[in-house]
Ligand binder design. Structure first.
Ligand code: DC
Length: 650
């Protein structure tokens, strides 16, 4: 895909489950590979950078076994890789390149490490100098001070302290610290400069401790390891959600109203980037935090406030603030961000150039950036954003669309470095939703489909999902009342919607789920709370650009509570029975209107008296009684309300 067009967006709200943290994933993979024993890593990030690390470890002879989705078993090499000669290609993954360089330099083998062109422009001298001091044999194969590298067996001598700079990248210190236990000797690392990005070193120390190795730290200038410390597997380890990735959604909540909640990282996180939430709070956003979640909302006043902050501690998430600055009430200054210049691209230059395209007024210094919002706070529509093969540029600039302007993201695939389905998740919190709820046979399905067609929106028939669950239960011989068994079926429902056909496990069941038996069975399975919970995220995943029309019983109340437009569509039971009767007769199905009416009343009763998400008109929903209306009139009413809401939002 050469580009992705994001439509003008006006609101952001919803919940996002974060992918695993890149920083934790790659550290844990290496530590598990070096440890004694087998480690099961759960919730590992699945992205380019972790794939690069997995491939490299595989080449080094580490036994890696996938277990389910996002989980791996790693058989630790107990400090010595089985393969003593290898050529490793590490893409543009700094979190793989630097730590592997150090670990291999101390492991007595012969290795060659290379990456993409940009990796060969990213400095590594400080790490190589540190390793050479203790006798590692590393040489530059291209430009002095940069990858690619040749690593040969060295004569490791740890008699003196290792002196290393910390002002270009904290990954050099991280890499040394993670590799040093391989020597089994006591060592000290001394910083010769100020250390940047300290929270990343904290992640390192935290994870090393998890694998049984303690590092004594004297402030941020001296790090000591006692002799004979070895990594040992903690058994099972969970990877937290990525706090840097969280920044895009939290900023979206702060810019686009909110609330937006991210799940997977929170107060208990070991990642420094959760501090992004505090920076956003300084811009006036309201932030709430739990142990494992963070939620952001726009300031009560509406507009974000200008900031002037030192952001050395959160270099990655700070990029997100640069885009949030477009929505501030004055110039924002981001300071002490010099490390941006040696990341995936020169991020200071790249950010300045792309923010200007959307109307930002930007001044740039060697290690700072000042962004003023566009005059009259109007962003420039239809900007074509270059992404420089930098995932964070793509994710950051997508937020500009929340200024109510369409934005084109070039080479959107670059997000796969850390977040392959970023745009799907972003659409799930930003696409407008029209929720149409109402009782059985009220005609809401027909109205919803026509509204979707008129607006070019996607359509979700949530009732079909409950009908599919009922059919799956019938096929499996499971009782409709057996909550555990039915919700298991709902969780793994092999359903597909292809144009106007509905498939269950590859079989077309479009007509089969509409039978009277399935109508009644679906309202029974829909009364089970665990079934409703199992279908929740599946329904939310239908939210996509340019918008979604969803019909059901709880679209406006539970599934999309922040829907732009909510409609409660109903008609008298008699008229609904009559409509259903005519529908069946036209299909050549024999029907009895009295029985249909009784059945409808029974279903209404079940749907509106159940304990969870009972059918009811919400206070914020428009009432549309279609007893005396044609379909066209009903469609016109919904479109009219939606248009009015859209206007009010702007
Ligand atoms: O809309 P429908 O008749 O196809 O729905 C079938 C059943 O599913 C209905 O009896 C109630 C249930 N349902 C629900 O509980 N919540 C929804 N959002 C949609 C349908």
């Amino acid at each position: 895909m050469e580009f992705l067009d994001i439509p003008a967006l006006h609101r952001a709200s919803g919940t996002v489950r974060l992918p695993g943290s890149k920083s934790i994933s790659n550290r844990v993979l290496l530590l598990a590979a070096l440890a004694e024993g087998e480690t099961e890593i759960r919730d590992l990030l699945d992205s380019d950078d972790t794939r690069v690390m997995l491939q490299a470890l595989g080449k080094l002879g580490v036994e890696l076994t996938p277990v389910g989705t996002h989980a791996w078993k790693v058989k630790g090499a107990a400090g010595r890789f089985a393969t003593s000669e290898a050529e490793l290609f590490l893409g543009n993954a700094g979190t793989a390149f630097r730590p592997l360089t150090a670990a291999l330099a101390l492991s007595g083998g012969t290795y060659r490490l290379s990456g993409v062109d940009r990796m060969h422009e990213r400095p590594i001298r400080d790490l190589v100098d540190g390793l050479r001091q203790i006798g590692a044999a590393i040489s530059y194969l291209g430009n002095d001070g940069y990858p690619p590298l040749q690593v040969n067996p060295g004569r490791i001598d740890l008699s003196g302290p290792i002196k290393v700079r910390g002002d270009v990248s904290s990954q050099f210190l991280t890499s040394l610290l993670m590799a040093l236990p391989l020597t089994g000797r006591s060592t000290t690392v001394e910083m010769t400069t100020e250390l940047i990005s300290k929270p990343y070193v904290e992640i390192t120390l935290n994870l090393m401790a998890h694998f049984g190795v303690q590092v004594e730290r004297d402030g941020w200038s001296r790090f000591s390891l006692a002799a004979n410390q070895r990594y040992s597997s903690p058994g099972v380890i969970h990877v937290e959600g990525d706090a840097s990735s969280a920044s895009y959604f939290l900023a979206a909540g702060a810019i686009g109203g909110g609330p937006v909640r991210v799940e997977g990282a929170g107060r208990k996180s070991i990642q420094g980037d959760v501090a992004f939430a505090s920076a956003l709070e300084k811009m006036g956003a309201s932030i709430e935090m739990g142990d494992n979640w963070i939620e952001a909302q726009a300031p009560k006043s509406g507009r974000l406030s200008a900031i002037d902050l030192d952001l050395n501690h959160i270099p990655d998430a700070a990029m997100t603030l640069a885009v949030a600055a477009l929505f501030a009430d004055g110039p924002c200054t981001l300071r002490n961000i010099g490390s941006w210049r040696v990341k995936e691209t020169d991020r200071i230059a790249a950010m300045a150039a792309e923010l200007r395209k959307v109307g930002g007024v930007v001044e740039e210094g060697p290690d700072w950036l000042r962004i003023s919002p566009p005059p009259a706070a109007c962003l420039t529509p239809h900007a074509s954003i270059n992404t420089y093969d930098d995932h964070r540029m793509a994710m950051c600039l997508s937020l500009a669309a929340l200024g109510g302007v369409p934005v084109r993201i070039l080479d959107p695939i670059c997000v796969s470095k850390t977040f392959p389905d970023y745009f799907l998740r972003f659409a799930e919190i930003t696409a407008p939703v029209i929720a149409i709820d109402g009782p059985s046979a009220s005609g809401k399905g027909t109205v919803a489909q026509r509204v979707a067609k008129a607006l070019g929106y996607a359509y979700l028939d949530s009732g079909a999902l409950y009908r599919l669950v009922a059919l799956a239960a019938k096929q499996a011989g499971v009782s409709y009342e057996d909550a555990n068994a039915v919700s298991l079926l709902a969780t793994n429902l092999p359903a597909e919607f292809i144009f106007d056909r509905i498939l269950l496990a590859g079989t077309d069941v479009t007509e089969a789920i509409r039978s009277e038996e399935m109508s009644s069975a679906s309202s029974k399975v829909a009364a089970l709370p665990s079934v409703r919970a199992a279908l929740l995220s599946r329904q939310r995943a239908y939210r996509r650009w340019p918008g979604l029309v969803a019909d059901g019983r709880d679209m406006g109340s539970v599934v999309f509570p922040q829907a732009e437009t909510k409609v409660f569509l109903t008609a008298s039971a008699e008229v609904r029975a009559e409509r259903r009767y005519k529908q069946l007769i036209s299909k050549g199905v024999a029907a009895n209107i009295t029985a249909l009416l009784q059945d409808l009343r029974d279903r209404d009763q079940r749907d509106s008296s159940r304990s969870v998400a009972p059918l009811a008109k919400g206070a914020d929903a428009h009432l549309l009684d279609t007893t005396e209306l044609s379909i066209e009139q009903a469609v016109e009413s919904v479109l009219g309300w939606d248009q009015q809401n859209t206007k009010d939002r702007r």
